[in-house]
Design a binder for this molecule. Sequence first.
Ligand code: PAF
Length: 283
Amino acid sequence: MRIIETIAEMRKLRRESRRISLVPTMGFLHQGHQRLIAAAANRGGLTVVSIFVNPLQFGPDEDYDRYPRDLARDLVTARSAGADVVFAPAVSEMYPAGVSTTRIELGPITQVLCGRTRPIHFSGVATVVAKLFHIVGPSFAFFGAKDAQQVAVIRRMVRDLNFDVGVVRVPTVREANGLACSSRNRYLTDEERERAGTLFRALTAAERLYAEGERRQAALIDAVLTMVESAAITPEYVEIRSWDCLDPVGATLDERPVLLALAARIGRARLIDNVLLGTDLAE
Ligand code: PAF
């Protein structure tokens, strides 16, 4: 496996390669990332994993400085999952003029759900992903379904700016109690980690109600809230929106697929999770 730290070297390799699959990450790789890398490797061609903690997507009071980092361990994980190349640039390589740089703004899709409390987050994500697409030149890029809003934002950017990149959504990998794998799970104590399993149990309870025919939006959201609050977790939001554009949906759902998404703070961690209702994309 090759390790590349400069944009010039990455570009040179890109020119020599026929087809590239990209897995953008911020490192501290876990089983969810391993699944993304394996999915990318399955497509054939060159599998490139980028590891870059992107300052542009963190708000001033967020965890940029303490975000977990372990490049040596990540290299072992990436190699064993099937990566051919790790692209791990320094901040000064990606943002030589500092972080007051050109930004991609996508409008309302970035201001709902997580965007309400993280107003600059998705513009930072879109900007760094656009840069990675230009630098690495992938045919396909792989993102985890846990980050449903991120997937929606990147698909919108790809469509609006005519990137020739297929965005592949890979199912969420979960710990034994249902908690979605995330680098931020490392902020949880053992007790919090156990309690955090309630988030997915609550989502699957609503999923069951939906399968039994419940279509009232409020009833589905209430089912989630009741379970989450009974575990002494105060959610930041529990919402149902259209799964692709994140538009609001009616009080009574029709048969179109929707996203049931939540965010909650447990201890020092802010966790997100979701399920899709009414689609065979649902897990
Ligand atoms: O999902 C992540 O880890 C990041 O948001 C991404 C897509 C690598 C951009 O920094």
